[in-house]
Write a protein that binds this ligand. Structure first.
Ligand code: ATP
Ligand code: MG
Length: 359
């Protein structure tokens, strides 16, 4: 691949949700075009690209046309089937690479990979039957959390188990025989590190972000995170080690748990893409995570990743979006409305960011 992909080129993005929308807007600002590939006819990103394919991720003829129309492929959705990625990678470069995707698509491979790097994770086992789940849960010690190895997001595909009585119902609810069971970690807070790695290996990370979840879904992100210096350094060094080991190019997100009294950080999972906990960077950082991703994959220098002040980002989930007018009546609220048609419960419909400059 040429060292630099210049403005005017077209970047292909797999996935058409709000992340694809915000990536396309950032690409457009830098003079690039984007093509979106997504099966969902209501994809928000279709509004911001110059070409789109609304087709299944298995549709080879649509994938071939898409690949021919672009100069580089990236993604905002990491669960594109591996054979389709192989098909695309024979036609165009894919960044971040397939290794990062394969690792993060399977929670078991992901935890094995982190363990090999000596990065602490929740103790875990893989299980393929309800009986094996019961044995593993007993060995780990209740409470535990069982997750499907593949295709989980926003807390879907996971169940918490508080004792042997929960095993049968839990196994049925998971509905898969590719399962990982982890010890439920009694953390004090959740943080994420978002970093950008350029083609030349240089990296820039955003300040650690504190994330609050409800029912497995991110509700809000806050900056600065209330963590001590030691945890701060651990968190940054783990994220750097992961990006380097994957020879990563683009934005990488690492979700972590912090146990305050042990001054300890445990890695939960990796997302090989721009992330909901980084939406604040559009309004609250020198360079947004979306622009940073476009810069990295196109071979451009990275921008600065400093925060512009204290930041709060609230997700608008389901019916929350109906308050958009009230939100706009606060002149300091940055409203991002994804324009999705149906406000289903649990669906991310938009977000709001407030930035309070520090004096
Ligand atoms: P997302 O798409 O929001 O990142 P996900 O569905 O991929 O989520 P996880 O990040 O693994 O799944 O889990 C969702 C949330 O459940 C975590 O943010 C955390 O709050 C909680 N959780 C997951 N694993 C554990 C664990 N081992 N101990 C304690 N809490 C956990
Ligand atoms: Mg997560």
């Amino acid at each position: 691949m040429a060292d630099i992909l210049p403005p005017g080129a077209r970047i292909g993005i797999l996935g058409g949700g709000q992340l694809g929308l915000m990536l396309s807007l950032a690409a457009a600002r830098l003079g690039y075009r984007t093509a979106i590939f997504c099966p969902d006819p209501e994809s928000p990103a279709f509004r911001a690209c110059d070409r789109f394919w609304q087709a299944s991720y298995q549709d080879r003829s649509a994938l071939a046309e898409f690949a021919d129309a672009v100069d580089l492929i990236s993604f905002e959705f990491e669960n594109v089937p591996a054979p389709s990625l192989d098909f695309l990678s024979a036609r165009q470069p894919i960044q971040p690479g397939i290794k990062a995707l394969a690792t993060s698509q399977d929670r078991m491979l992901e935890k094995d990979f982190l363990s090999l790097l000596d990065i602490p994770v929740a103790p875990y086992h893989d299980v393929a039957t309800a009986a094996a789940l019961a044995d593993a849960a007993q060995a780990l010690g209740y409470p535990v959390i069982a997750k499907t190895r593949r295709l989980g997001y926003d807390g879907k595909g996971q169940v918490r188990l508080y004792g042997p009585d929960c095993i049968e119902a839990g196994w049925t609810a998971l509905g898969s025989d590719l399962v990982i069971v982890e010890k439920l970690i009694p953390f004090d807070r959740e943080i994420s590190i978002i970093l950008a790695r350029a083609r030349d290996g240089s990296m820039r990370h955003y300040p650690p972000i504190e994330n609050r979840h409800a029912s497995g879904i991110l509700r809000s992100s806050h900056l600065p995170a209330q963590i001590d210096e030691n945890c701060f350094e651990q968190a940054i060094s783990y994220a750097h080690a992961i990006a380097t080991a994957l020879d990563y190019v683009g934005i990488l997100t690492v979700e972590m748990f912090v146990i305050d009294d042990r001054h300890e950080v445990i890695v939960n999972e990796i997302a090989p893409r721009v992330h909901n906990s980084g939406h604040w960077t559009i309004d609250g950082a020198v360079t947004s995570q979306f622009e940073q991703h476009i810069r990295a994959i196109c071979g451009l220098p990275l921008g600065a990743s400093d925060a512009l002040g204290r930041v709060r980002m609230e997700n608008l989930i389901g019916d929350d979006i109906s308050h958009w007018q009230k939100i706009l009546s606060d002149p300091y609220a940055h409203l991002h409305h994804y324009g999705k048609a149906a406000a289903k419960p649990g669906r991310k419909m938009g977000h709001v960011t407030w930035v309070e400059p520090e004096d």
